[in-house]
Design a protein around this ligand. Sequence first.
Ligand code: SAH
Length: 364
Amino acid sequence: MTSPAAGFDLTSLDRATLERELTARGLPGFRARQLFQWIYQRDVTDFEAMTDLPRPLRTALAAELTITTPRLIGRERSEDGTEKFLLELDDERRIESVFIPDTPAMTFCVSTQVGCAMACAFCLTGRMGLVRNLTAAEIVGQVRLLAHALDLRDRAFNIVLMGMGEPLHNYDETMTALRILADPFGLAVPPRRVTLSTVGLVPAMDRLAAEPLMPNLAVSLHAATESRRREIVPIGRKYSIDEVIDACRRFPLPKRRRITFEYVLLAGVNDSDHEAHQLANRLAGLRAKVNVIPLNAAPGIPFERPSDAAVDRFAGVLASHHITVSVRKSRGRDIRAACGQLIVEGGRRSPAQILAAKIDRNED
Ligand code: SAH
């Protein structure tokens, strides 16, 4: 194979791009389909074992291309069946992915960044700061690894981009990953089984609205009044609730789909009846559902989880406005795999992490 730009990661390309790369090197485009089937459907990453490729091609591919799979370095199982996977990337950075067995379907919760720049006040990942974006290969690699480790490759599962990171802050790699996941010659996960959760980056939401491949959209709102939201979601200073909700109204929702609004309930902060009425008013006329998430408390998080009665009350007010509401059952709290609890301790730390740790201990 003669190549102008050797050495790319095969799993970082969607099939159309891979086809172009291969034809630019004088190879037939259908090799892309074969490579996809080996890697994503048969779980084979050793070029030598790809027996329907001519032997010299296998050797050339092995010499020039890489296939990145995160390394599994830790696996913990919660008493509720949730499993947390600690993965190490090629540069020794670490991320976490979570398997939730029955929600009611099986769900893989994957990360899109190492750390996160959004710094929501109640989220542990936010404490790390953004270390770096994940590549599409690393995003899809989590799904490949979990499907393999759990022996679920041939089963239907859901994917939620609700692990570490803000997917729309890593837009291109996330979209490439979604195309690879949806590919019928890849993992063939239909977009309706994928949910992208965003803190509400308005320009990127508009960009997403024009994509041919449309995942379900979940928007982390967490407050119904501007000043409250700005206190707990710093990016709310840039994009107001009005702007976020307008972007949702513009969003071309496929039939029978709804936008999920995530609302982390913080005791005494955003759990009043007033806030619930306001939220209901804001969502009027939108095909929406609200997912109320009682805070998963953790050391260093300056908020408390509301009582079950307060959670029910908040959900009840929304329901009285005919808003569909669900309360997220907390899964995997005993192994710190629940929402907002993903943080990678140990290993290398970013300057932002070190700073956050200093702030925690109140040093200067
Ligand atoms: N950045 C994206 C996706 C990652 S977080 C987003 O903001 O939506 C997925 C969900 O978990 C978000 O709704 C987030 O607000 C929530 N979350 C974060 N920390 C949490 C905590 N400590 N308890 C409960 N939910 C939390």
